[in-house]
Ligand binder design. Structure first.
Ligand code: NDP
Length: 288
């Protein structure tokens, strides 16, 4: 052959701990399916080494990286530009390169929105939403729902301070009407709610039998109920709401879609979403 190219395009994830992060499986499956010579590196970067790691990423001419615990917030200081929604959240989970500039984005909430539209067949515009939780996942989901025209968002969080921060962030920066609800007793989902989302870590492995404390009689047909927990995707919470006639949306779609958005940002190609979903499901089965 006239031309050989032994150089792969590099992307990856920086985190600490990072060894159990399965994203490499999903992204490498996508590169194979799309016939792209890309490598996804799972790199342990200690908290104090993030700035050096971002400089290293520039030096290696990497196309981009994902950020996970504990780097999502602090990385903003080392980037040339941050997309508006990610700046509102104050968190970046995806960095990409345009020329010699590094730009920060957040694909978590966008992945959720895509799931809601494609899998649950619902557009957030004009909807009344209840979000359980006010951490990173809840912030990402809340900001994207608000920017997509949700009418009302009720944040239900254990610690009022964190909940209030999210409510104020939404009211100050978006057109949504956001309010805080206390969570000191089982929460009754208000009549007229369109979408209920568990964005807490309740139900996360190994405590897979745990469910958010709700008045479950307030959940029924007509309500769309989503769980952000991706593994195992059919959580105890979703089983319960499905038995009550609600439409259930699992967190695997959110995880796959946020990865698919990252894939497209880095490669410029449409993402082989089915191959990505399959790879993750197989991986989750293998370790479960
Ligand atoms: P954070 O640690 O930032 O936030 C955790 C949230 O859960 C807080 O609001 C916390 O409340 C609440 N919480 C935890 N335990 C309890 C409890 N026992 N009772 C009531 N509330 C509780 O985590 P993240 O936001 O990053 O992650 C949350 C979940 O979302 C995780 O399960 C994660 O796996 C999932 N996730 C899924 C993604 C996907 O693509 N599917 C992407 C990102 C996250 P408080 O403020 O009071 O502490």
């Amino acid at each position: 052959p006239a031309e050989q190219n032994y150089r792969a395009e590099l992307v990856g994830v920086f985190g600490c701990p990072v060894a159990e992060n399965p994203t490499v499986v999903m992204q490498e499956a996508a590169f194979r399916a799309a016939g792209l010579n890309f490598r996804y590196l799972t790199v342990e970067v200690k908290p104090e080494d993030l700035e050096a790691a971002i400089r290293g990423m520039r030096a290696f001419n990497m196309r981009g990286v994902n950020l996970t615990i504990p780097h999502k917030v602090r990385v903003l200081a080392y980037l040339d530009e941050v997309e508006d929604d990610a700046r509102l959240m104050g968190a970046v989970n995806t960095v990409y390169r345009r020329g010699d500039r590094l730009i920060g984005a957040n694909t978590d909430g966008k992945g959720f929105l895509q799931s809601l539209r494609e899998e649950a067949g619902t557009d957030p515009s004009g909807k009344r939403v209840v979000i359980l939780g006010a951490g990173g996942a809840a912030r990402a989901i809340g900001v994207e729902l608000a920017l997509a025209g949700a009418e009302r968002i009720t944040v239900v969080n254990r610690s009022a301070g964190r909940g209030r921060e999210l409510v104020e962030l939404l009211n100050r920066n978006t057109g949504v009407r956001a309010e805080l609800a206390a969570w000191d007793a089982p929460y009754a989902v208000p009549a007229g709610t369109d979408v209920l989302i568990n964005a807490t870590s309740i139900g996360l492995y190994p405590d897979v039998a745990a469910k958010p404390e709700l008045v479950y009689d307030t959940i029924g047909p007509g309500l769309i109920v989503c769980d952000a927990i991706p593994n195992p995707p059919d959580t105890a919470f979703l089983k319960e709401v499905r038995a009550r006639g609600a439409k259930a949306l699992d967190g695997l779609g959110m995880l796959v879609n946020q990865g698919a958005i990252g894939f497209t940002i880095w490669t410029g190609c449409a993402a082989p979403v089915a191959a990505m979903r399959r790879a993750l499901l197989e991986e989750f089965k293998a370790d479960g």
